[in-house]
Design a protein around this ligand. Structure first.
Ligand code: ADP
Ligand code: MG
Length: 249
């Protein structure tokens, strides 16, 4: 079985079926791109995989041999799933540094397993990563996403990913609302983590802009809650020419 395997995933909310049987298989360390028109179910797919309580899901989603669908969102995160949100939440009053330290200590409850034993050491690591991601250090002392620009929020998601070191990262339109420089920085941050961790990645995107900075192995097109086409990177170029109009929905 593949490292991450989704079989006949269906999800409904308010009695309406949004995902109508998604199948997806990814080998470890590979990157799959999911594209599709607005409203096709891309965010629903990532939310359902992360365990969002709004949806009733059936089917299966097995990560490294473990079924995610009957786990709580917390347990899924502990199993190595990370979702970078399309719209990251603000938590005013909770400092970024303290938030990320909490995330880190929860990931490694056993102190002897921690690479950074104190928040001071951890902060040094964060500063280094923040520099790589072009995040101003003073942002780490502000409330989580409080008054952050779109680009700052997305970069912070990647910083959070660097702290969590997930096995599987799902990026839900991380590129939306970003200018081209921010897209490049975010994409390079993801690529660096992918290399460092042999991380498996699902990139959900509406546009091909972010894809020029990432290498990827397979492309899936979703429409009306189903995978309607799969192919290699050449599919992106094809879509660029023809648009989604040619894709059966
Ligand atoms: P995409 O991310 O591809 O643009 P979404 O997954 O956000 O699409 O949405 C797919 C469809 O499901 C849309 O028609 C949307 O309105 C509907 N949908 C998603 N989540 C909910 C929800 N919580 N309640 C009602 N409808 C929803
Ligand atoms: Mg979406």
């Amino acid at each position: 079985m593949s490292f991450f395997s989704v079989k006949d995933l269906r999800a409904s909310t308010d009695g309406q079926e949004i995902l109508q049987g998604i199948n997806l298989d990814i080998e470890e360390g590979k990157t799959v791109v999911v594209m599709g028109p607005n409203g096709s179910g891309k965010s629903t797919l990532s939310n359902v995989l992360a365990g969002h309580p709004d949806y009733q899901a059936t089917g299966s989603a097995i990560l490294a041999g473990k079924e995610l669908l009957n786990m709580s969102p917390d347990e899924r995160a502990r199993e190595g799933l990370f979702l970078a949100f399309q719209y990251p939440v603000e938590i005013p009053g909770v400092k970024v540094l303290n938030f990320l330290w909490t995330v880190y200590t929860q990931k490694y409850p056993d102190r002897s397993k921690r690479k950074y034993v104190s928040i001071v050491e951890f902060r040094d690591f964060l500063f280094e990563k923040a520099t790589e991601l072009d995040i101003a250090k003073k942002l780490l002392d502000r409330g989580l996403n409080e008054g952050f620009s779109g680009g700052e929020k997305k970069r912070l998601e990647i910083l959070q990913m660097a702290v969590l070191e997930p096995k599987l990262a799902i990026l839900d339109e991380t590129d939306s609302g970003l200018d081209i420089d921010a897209i490049r920085i975010v994409a390079r941050g993801v690529a660096a983590l992918k290399k460092q961790l042999n991380m498996t990645v699902i990139v959900i995107t509406h546009y091909q802009r972010i894809l020029q900075y990432l290498t990827y192995d397979e492309v899936l097109i979703v429409s009306s809650g189903r995978v309607v086409k799969t192919g290699g990177p050449e599919l992106v170029a094809e879509l660029e020419k023809t648009g989604y109009g040619q894709i059966r929905s």
